[in-house]
Design a protein around this ligand. Structure first.
Ligand code: PLP
Length: 491
C-alpha cells in the first residue's frame, strides 16, 4: 500500500502488508466517481443541475461556497482515503450513524487473525491489555480507563447497571435518548426504584451550548428544591435524532456544580470527534466501534473514569462489574487507581473473539495516521456544507440540527424535506422518502429517518437524517441535495 501524505495531515498514513484490496495512489479517482462516470453521471450535478435554479435564494452562497472550497482543498488526499474502503460504488452510504464500514486494512487483518486463530485453535481468555494500551492514548485516557465492549448499548448497560443506585435516586436526562441508554435506565427504575426526569429537547438552529447548561442546571435545581436526591445526569452527545452535540465540557460544569455521576451516550463519538476524555472528565462514555470508527460489528469503546483529575475532581462513583469473569472487591476511594484496572473487568468476560478487537485497533491506528482532528474537521465541514445548502433551498427552519454554534455541531444532519411542513409527521412519507432516495437516483443514496417529539407538536416528527464521513466529498453533497430537492417535490 502506498504511504499517503497530505500537506494538511498530522502524520502520514501507516503502511501495511500488500493486499488485493490495497487502494490506488492519491491521484486515483474514487471508485464511486468512476462508476458514476461510466453511467455518464460523473460530472455530478449535470442531470439535476437545472433544479438548482428553481430554488431561488442564493443569499447564503458565500458561506456554502467557502465551505465547498475548503472541502476541495485536499481533494486528492480524501480520494485516497475513500479508496481505502470496499464500499459498493453503486450506493452512496450516508447512514454511518447506524453502521460504518471496515477499511481494507482492518478487513485484511481480521481475515488473517481469524485464520490464525482457527489454525491454532486459539482461545480469547484475555482482558486485551496490549490492545487497550495501544488504543487508549488516542482517546486521552489510560488503558485502565478504556474497555472494549460489544457496542454502545452494551457499554450503557455496563455503566448504568453497575452503579450502586438507591431507591429515590434521580437521573436527569432528555427526551431524545436512544434505547441503548434508555433500556438500562428503565431496568434501573424497576429494579432499584430510581426516578428519571426528562428535559424536553429543543430543535433547530435557534439554540446554543448555554441553552443546555441552563436546561440541565435549572432542572437539577428544581428537583433539589422539591427535596429530590439527584444522583446522575445522562445524555447523548450527539443525539441520534437531530445530531445535536450536547456540549460535554459545558455539561460537565453542571455535573461538578451539583456533585453528580456523569454518563454520556457517545455512540457516534469514536471515529467522528477527536475528543480527549481525560480532559472532559465524565464518569462513563459509551461509544460504538462499528459506526464512525469503522471497526467490526459487535465492538464498542467504553471510557470509565479511573483517575481524579482537575477535569473532574469528584470522587469516583461506586461501581460493580455486571458482565465479567474478572472480579475483585475494590474500594476506589482507598485503592490507588493505578492498581485497579477497572476496564479489564468489562473487557474480560469468558473467551472473547480477539480478531474483532485487533481489527478495531487497526481501524483506530488508521484514524490516528490520518489524524483524528483532520477527520473531525472534514466530517463537520461536510455536515456544515450540507446544512448551509439545506438552509438555502428549504429555509433554515427546515433544519432540526443546529448549524451556527460550533459547540453543537456533529456530522449528523436532520431536516424536514417536505414542502408541506406537516408531512414530516407522516411516518409513511418519511419511509417512502428514504426508500426512493436509494431506488430513484443512480447514486443510490442510503439515508434514514428518525422520529422524535418536538416541543409544541401534536405528534412525533420523522426527520430525514444524513451522516457525512471520510468517504464523502463535496460532490456527494451536491448530488444528494439535488436529489432530495427533486424528491421532495414528488413524494
Ligand atoms: C445515540 C445512540 N445510542 C446508542 C445506539 C446503539 O448503538 P449500538 O448498536 O452500538 O449499541 C445508537 C445507535 O444508532 C445511537 O445512535
Amino acid at each position: 500500500m502506498p504511504t499517503l501524505v497530505s500537506p494538511h495531515a498530522e502524520a502520514p498514513l501507516a503502511g501495511g502488508p500488500p493486499s488485493p484490496l490495497a487502494p490506488p495512489g492519491p491521484d486515483a479517482p474514487s471508485k464511486r466517481r468512476e462508476f458514476l462516470r461510466m453511467l455518464g453521471l460523473g460530472a455530478g450535478a449535470a442531470t439535476l443541475g437545472p433544479l438548482l435554479g428553481a430554488c431561488g435564494s442564493g443569499n447564503a452562497q458565500t458561506t456554502s461556497e467557502a465551505l465547498r472550497a475548503q472541502l476541495l482543498r485536499d481533494e486528492a488526499f480524501w480520494t485516497s482515503v475513500q479508496n481505502m474502503f470496499v464500499l459498493n460504488p453503486r450506493k452512496t452510504f450516508m447512514n454511518i450513524g447506524t453502521a460504518g464500514s471496515m477499511p481494507a486494512l482492518a478487513l485484511d487483518l481480521f481475515a488473517e487473525e481469524n485464520r490464525k486463530k482457527a489454525a491454532e485453535s486459539g482461545n480469547g481468555y484475555s482482558n486485551l491489555l496490549d490492545l487497550r494500551q495501544k488504543v487508549a492514548p488516542s482517546f486521552g485516557v489510560d488503558a485502565s480507563e478504556l474497555a472494549f465492549s460489544a457496542n454502545t448499548s452494551s457499554g450503557m448497560c455496563h455503566a448504568i447497571l453497575g452503579l450502586d443506585w438507591q431507591r429515590g435516586d434521580v437521573v436527569v436526562t432528555t427526551n431524545h435518548e436512544h434505547g441503548g441508554g434508555d433500556t438500562p435506565l428503565a431496568i434501573a427504575v424497576d429494579r432499584f426504584g430510581i426516578e428519571v426526569s426528562r428535559i424536553a429537547m429543543p430543535v433547530g438552529n435557534n439554540q446554543t451550548a448555554a441553552t443546555y447548561v441552563n436546561l440541565f442546571d435549572e432542572r437539577v435545581r428544581a428537583l433539589k428544591a422539591q427535596g429530590k436526591r439527584v444522583r446522575a445526569m445522562m445524555w447523548s452527545s450527539p443525539t441520534y435524532k437531530t445530531g445535536t452535540m450536547l456540549p460535554i465540557a459545558e455539561l460537565m460544569g453542571v455535573v461538578k456544580t451539583h456533585g453528580l455521576i456523569s454518563i454520556v451516550d457517545g455512540a457516534h463519538l469514536p471515529g467522528m470527534m477527536d475528543y480527549h476524555y481525560g480532559n472532559l472528565g465524565m464518569d462513563f462514555m459509551s461509544g460504538a466501534g462499528h459506526k464512525w470508527q469503522c471497526g467490526p460489528g459487535s465492538t464498542g469503546i467504553l471510557i470509565m473514569r479511573n483517575r481524579i483529575r482537575s477535569s473532574n475532581p469528584l470522587p469516583l462513583p461506586k461501581w460493580y462489574p455486571v458482565h465479567t469473569s474478572t472480579y475483585r472487591a475494590v474500594d476506589r476511594s482507598i485503592v490507588p487507581p493505578e492498581s485497579y484496572d477497572i476496564a479489564a473487568s468489562v473487557t474480560s468476560c469468558g473467551s472473547v473473539h480477539t480478531p474483532m478487537f485487533m481489527a478495531l485497533a487497526k481501524a483506530c491506528e488508521m484514524w490516528d495516521s490520518i489524524g483524528r482532528k483532520k477527520i473531525e474537521t472534514y466530517d463537520l465541514t461536510l455536515a456544515s456544507y450540507l446544512k448551509e445548502k439545506i438552509a438555502e433551498r428549504w429555509g433554515v427552519d427546515a433544519l432540526y440540527s443546529p448549524k451556527d454554534d460550533p459547540k453543537l455541531l456533529s456530522a449528523l444532519t436532520s431536516f424536514n424535506p417536505f414542502p408541506n411542513k406537516t408531512d414530516v409527521m407522516n411516518a409513511q412519507k418519511a419511509t417512502a422518502f428514504v426508500a426512493r432516495m436509494q431506488s430513484d437516483y443512480p447514486q443510490g443514496f442510503i439515508v434514514r429517518s428518525a422520529d422524535f417529539p418536538v416541543i409544541g407538536a401534536a405528534s412525533n416528527h420523522y426527520a430525514i437524517r444524513v451522516s457525512t464521513h471520510l468517504w464523502h466529498d463535496a460532490r456527494d453533497i451536491d448530488l444528494l441535495v439535488d436529489a432530495m430537492w427533486d424528491l421532495s417535490r414528488k413524494v
